[in-house]
Design a protein around this ligand. Structure first.
Ligand SMILES: C[S@@+](CC[C@H](N)C(=O)[O-])C[C@H]1O[C@@H](n2cnc3c(N)ncnc32)[C@H](O)[C@@H]1O
Length: 351
């Protein structure tokens, strides 16, 4: 078979770029943990010496790190002054935790993918699942770090207002369950915004519930509590609002989870399902966002679902139609796509 030199060259070019990206992942985490991005973005132009002394780190390591960052385009290098700096866009993505596009959290989760590769390789052979709690611990705080900026910037200002009548109920005082709450990023944001309402976060992963309790405590939140429970067995009834943030597709039996949520809701209650953004077909999802989510899905979402009863394994790129089918099969009669972001679909289901 004859090789097309141009195509081969293009493919190798892509692989070299991605090799750099994969190798740079730990450097992003180091930059985040040591405050290298934050200090550089706050201080303007700096030499490696200046950044090292500001962050109390070793200059030789910082110089190498800065060179890798400049080569990647995550920081800029001014060859005249021999100083490094960050543009407002680079700061938004790496330097400012409050920015809606702060992305470093994703790389903590990606660390767990490499650690857990042997487990998933084995699952490819057996077809068995791997439970959420059986992953490297980087996954749990990575998930929290990755989703929090988006929740902080969208949940109260856009997603909840896109649900019919829900903001008013929450302002007045409503009973809310946040299913698959993980470290409670979403629960805490809602509890702070709506002090008259009561929130209960449920997750079947005990360690996550412990973290959720401690996060809520640190945040001074008194109207949220947390319990270990599966989506099909969580206690309580007459909820006004039930939420699923980035977790319905991870469940073995999303239909059963929706059926249980429907039973636990008041007849005029609302269920909000936040899911990764996806279109309905593989062809339409063959793009950078779809590609990233298919990779996460292979390593996390599909194994998590396959490890549970039913094991429907919707995958992170299920898309609106498949989700709608599962939600309708769970007994919800009204469904709409309330809003969306480049990373999320926000779905409203009502009994
Ligand atoms: C991708 S994480 C999302 C966590 C959290 N909602 C957030 O947005 O940060 C998926 C969560 O779903 C939980 N989960 C998966 N299947 C579950 C089930 N059947 N019942 C309860 N929780 C479940 C996992 O433990 C995990 O915390």
């Amino acid at each position: 078979m004859e090789l097309n030199e141009n195509k081969l060259h293009d493919l190798l070019g892509k692989v070299v770029v991605e090799m750099g990206a994969a190798a740079n992942g730990p450097l992003i985490i180091i930059g985040d943990k040591l405050g290298l991005y934050k200090s550089l973005s706050e201080s303007g132009h700096m030499t490696s010496d200046e950044l090292a002394s500001k962050t109390n780190t070793s200059e030789r390591y910082v110089r190498e790190w800065l060179s890798a960052q400049a080569g990647t385009g995550y920081v800029e290098y001014d060859s005249k002054s021999k100083k490094f700096f960050m543009t407002p866009e680079q700061t938004a993505v790496f330097g400012n935790k409050k920015s809606p596009v702060f992305m470093t959290g994703a790389f903590y989760s990606i660390t767990s993918l490499y650690h857990d590769e042997p487990k998933i390789l084995n699952a490819f052979k057996t077809g068995e699942g791997v439970s959420w709690g059986n992953h490297h611990k980087c996954l749990f705080c990575g998930t929290e770090k990755f989703f929090t900026p988006s929740y902080e910037n969208n949940l109260i200002s856009s997603w909840i207002p896109s649900m019919e009548g829900v903001t008013k109920k929450l302002e007045k005082g409503a009973k809310v369950a946040d299913i698959g709450c993980g470290h409670a990023a979403s629960t805490i944001i809602m509890a702070k915004a709506f002090p008259n309402s009561t929130f209960i976060g449920f997750d079947f992963h005990e360690e996550s519930i412990q973290q959720a309790k401690s996060r809520a405590n640190d945040a001074g939140v008194t109207n949220a509590s947390f319990e270990v429970s599966t989506a099909k067995t969580f206690p309580g009834k007459d909820y006004d609002f039930i939420t699923f943030f980035d977790c319905l597709h991870d469940m073995g039996d999303p239909v059963g989870a929706c059926a249980h949520a429907k039973k636990a809701l008041k007849p005029d209650g609302t269920c909000m399902i936040v899911e990764p953004f996806a279109k309905g077909s593989l062809e339409e999802n063959l793009n950078p966002v779809g590609r990233a989510f298919y990779a996460f899905s292979t390593m996390l979402c599909v194994p998590c679902s396959l490890n549970q009863e039913v094991g429907l394994a919707l995958g992170a790129q299920a898309g609106e139609e498949k989700l709608k089918e599962a939600i309708a099969a769970g007994g919800f009669s009204r469904f709409k796509r309330a809003t969306e972001t480049p990373f999320n679909l926000i779905l409203e289901a009502r009994p």
